[in-house]
Design a binder for this molecule. Structure first.
Ligand code: 2M8
Length: 449
């Protein structure tokens, strides 16, 4: 299917409406992930949001990242949610009880787990834009990189050490929420070994009040497991090593690992360009070493038969064979041209974006040709605009401009109604989940810039 360029009128309307959504979700120095379903700041959402805002205001984009860093733990971890004000979101701070953790930040309430390290990818894009504009924007962006370089490095080092203690080259996650793809079939096998115990405090879900159809969200049984893992983290006071010995869910995540590799290379590039992180502190060299280790880990995970990367269940030592978009992790971190080419062809081919049932040739979260595919359920098949953005970004970076542009145009066509939904039904194109989702509006702005 070929997709045409949006008209000048459509571009104008979409940019205006996306900007409106981000302004409406702006709470001063941070942006809520969505108006009602997610009324707080989420970690990887903030990265996408920042790069979208940068197309309109570099200073405000930098503020988004600055606010996120106020939540950084003493371990270097950037937590997955920063809670700035009370809300009905569940699980909120009273459930996370991060006061049990010595490493929590002093000034803001947060969750106690993390999310994919997209932030430095966003920052490098913001810096690139700011340099194109020159003047104050460039100055502010370069100063910001100098000011925060060590904090980003500490974040990456946290993932590379506390979350990869045996140097496998795969970042270990302790909760499906840490992958960002909460209920993906990637996690069905490891979640089958998560058994909520009767002493888990009872809970009432709040998310279902904000969606039209509960089947678009994870099930109650899945939520019980999510809450049980949270409980296990609290019981070890958020100590990663203690959780590793006792927790039910420990998985090497290929997508997080690929993002860490890509982000670490970009951090090293920025350090070199700005003359920071060199010398005795060795931040640039440390970043390069992290990039190399995780790129190798991701490439090692590729299944020679399918050409897709695989997560590793560290409880059983088994690869997890699932046709999810995370299988394209090697496209994000590069490192092997033959693998990149094979992944490009696979991504654009009939099992993925070129599948005949798709309304738009946009990356689905699970292959429509897979038995796991569920077109309406959250991360089990729907198309997530941010995933499509990531793949377009990766293709561009590996010199595949034409393929990248194909995904960009298809992504824009999908968003033409300006609902900026959280995710999309891939066969009908229907909008699902939350509306006015910040990161969806943000990537629209970036695609239009
Ligand atoms: C979704 O996850 C949260 C938990 O973190 C939830 O369902 O309550 C995911 O799509 C995640 O990737 C995203 O960052 C978050 C906010 O948009 O929502």
């Amino acid at each position: 299917m070929t997709v045409s360029q949006p008209s000048a009128v459509e571009v104008g309307l979409m940019a205006g409406r996306a900007g409106y959504v981000l302004r409406a979700n702006d709470r001063g120095r941070f942006t809520v992930a969505s108006p009602t379903l997610y009324p707080h700041m989420w970690s990887w959402d903030a990265g996408f949001v920042a790069l979208g805002i940068a197309t309109v205001s570099v200073p405000r984009a930098l503020d988004e990242l600055r606010t996120l860093l106020t939540g950084q733990w003493a371990t270097g971890m950037i937590p997955h949610i920063l809670f700035h004000s009370p809300s009905d979101y569940f699980p909120g701070p009273e459930r996370w009880r991060t006061q049990v953790a010595a490493a929590r930040p002093p000034e803001v309430l947060t969750s106690g787990i993390c999310q994919p390290p997209i932030h430095v990818i966003a920052l490098s894009r913001i810096l690139h834009d700011a340099r194109r504009r020159g003047g104050t924007d460039q100055q502010l962006a370069e100063d910001f990189v100098r000011e925060t370089f060590d904090q980003w490095l500490a974040w990456h080092q946290y993932l590379a050490t506390a979350r990869d203690p045996y140097s496998y080259g795969l970042v270990e996650i302790h909760h499906g929420w840490e992958s960002g793809m909460d209920d993906s079939p990637r996690w069905d096998v490891p979640y089958a070994n998560v058994h909520p115990q009767p002493d888990m405090p009872p809970f009432v879900r709040a998310d279902l009040a904000h969606v039209a159809d509960p089947s678009q969200r994870p099930s109650d049984a899945e939520y019980a497991r999510y809450l049980w893992l949270l409980e296990q983290k609290v019981r070890v006071r958020y100590d990663d090593a203690a959780y590793r010995s006792t927790g039910d869910f420990v998985v090497g995540d290929v997508l997080v690992s690929a993002l860490l590799a890509a982000a670490s290379d970009l951090l090293a590039d920025m350090g070199e360009e700005l003359g920071i992180g060199g010398g005795s502190s060795g931040g640039v060299e440390q970043s390069r070493a992290i990039a190399r280790r995780f790129r190798t880990g991701v490439l090692r995970s590729v299944d020679p038969d399918t050409g897709l990367a695989r997560d590793l269940d560290l409880r059983t030592g088994n690869w997890l064979e699932v046709e999810s978009a995370a299988g394209f992790a090697p496209l994000l971190c590069g490192g092997d041209e033959a693998v990149t080419r094979r992944q490009r062809d696979l991504l654009l081919g009939p099992r993925w974006c070129g599948h005949s049932r798709l309304r738009w040739p946009v990356v689905p979260s699970v292959s429509p040709a897979s038995a796991d595919f569920r077109e309406r359920t959250y991360w089990r098949g729907p198309q997530w605009p941010v995933l499509n953005w990531l793949m377009a970004w990766a293709l561009n970076r590996s010199g595949e401009q034409e393929a990248a542009n194909q995904l960009r145009l298809a992504g824009l066509s999908q968003l033409i109604d300006c609902d900026f939904a959280e995710y999309y039904e891939p066969v009908t194109g229907e909008t699902l989940g939350s509306r006015d989702q910040s990161w969806t509006a943000a990537i629209a702005l970036d695609f239009l810039a």
